[in-house]
Design a protein around this ligand. Structure first.
Ligand SMILES: Nc1ncnc2c1ncn2[C@@H]1O[C@H](COP(=O)(O)OP(=O)(O)OP(=O)(O)O)[C@@H](O)[C@H]1O
Ligand SMILES: [Mg+2]
Length: 253
């Protein structure tokens, strides 16, 4: 089993879109057994993948002493389970003083035989839940808006990743790679962005995810679907499928 966290301290840079579509494509297209952990109190991934039930146990309960295995729910899709979130999860960040950020990986290791991939959708702040996800991850995907030619804003994230790699207990190597999203340029700008990333020594995925209004439509209350379910033939759905294959080539179990 491998754990993949999708994180950036920046808001609105397609973390949830990436986590949801990677999880779905791995499960539905690539036949892998996948668990998505929604570690964002906003609960956006849960909203898309899960039939909401306010009485269900969510990730909050992990920090009230429940085992992670008891918090797993079936998503709407085959091969894809979910540990949902809800707004009460924010309380965990506020009261995290006595909690151990290594606990999440410890708990994930207890269910390692049930899944090939665990995907964690993080919130856009570096609080306890996000640190826990970085401590748990074999690979961190850092999506960033690749509009224009800039790759600004990744330095701080790199510092957090380097700290996590040094401080966590369970796994030594932390791989990370930056994912250009909302890209609306052409071949030339792809090369330009890749060059800039290389100069600053950021690992970057080969896949660039295109800008598309299909993403917003897929989240609409009346839709709430992964991109392949909503618009199978869209460019952005194909981009996420390409990303999924690239990830399998980088971090196969
Ligand atoms: N490739 C894309 N093209 C255009 N819009 C996109 C793309 N990916 C995501 N979006 C839209 O951008 C918005 C933010 O996306 P998303 O919720 O995935 O970001 P996030 O990083 O998870 O946000 P937060 O920091 O609030 O958790 C959403 O409205 C989403 O539909
Ligand atoms: Mg999100």
């Amino acid at each position: 089993m491998k754990v993949i966290a999708v994180s950036n301290y920046k808001g609105g840079c397609a973390k949830t879109t990436t986590a949801v579509n990677l999880a779905y494509d791995l499960a539905a297209e690539e036949e892998r057994r996948v668990l998505l952990i929604d570690a964002d109190p906003q609960g956006n991934a849960s909203y898309i993948l899960w039939r909401y039930n306010p009485n269900a146990n969510t990730l909050c309960r992990l920090y009230g002493g429940k085992a992670l295995s008891s918090l797993i729910r079936r998503s709407k899709y085959r091969n894809l389970d979910i540990v949902p979130s809800m707004s009460g999860l924010e309380q965990v960040n506020k009261e995290s003083g006595a909690l151990d950020p290594n606990e999440l990986r410890r708990q994930i290791d207890n269910i390692a035989d049930r899944y090939d991939y665990v995907i964690i959708d993080c919130q856009p702040t570096m609080q306890f839940l996000t640190i826990s996800a970085l401590y748990a991850a074999d690979l961190v995907i850092v999506p960033f808006k690749a509009a224009g030619f800039c790759i600004n804003g990744l330095e701080l994230m790199r510092d957090y990743l380097e700290d996590a790699a040094q401080q966590r207990e369970y796994i030594k190597d932390l791989q990370y790679a930056c994912l250009p999203v909302m890209f609306n340029g052409r071949g030339k700008s792809i090369n330009r962005i890749k060059k800039l990333a290389e100069q600053d020594a950021y690992a970057i995925f080969d896949t660039f995810v295109s800008f598309s209004t299909v993403c917003e439509n897929a989240e609409d209350q009346s839709v709430r679907k992964p991109l392949l379910k909503h618009r199978k033939n869209s460019r952005v759905a194909a981009d996420y499928l390409e990303l999924t294959k690239e990830i399998l080539s980088v971090i196969e179990v």
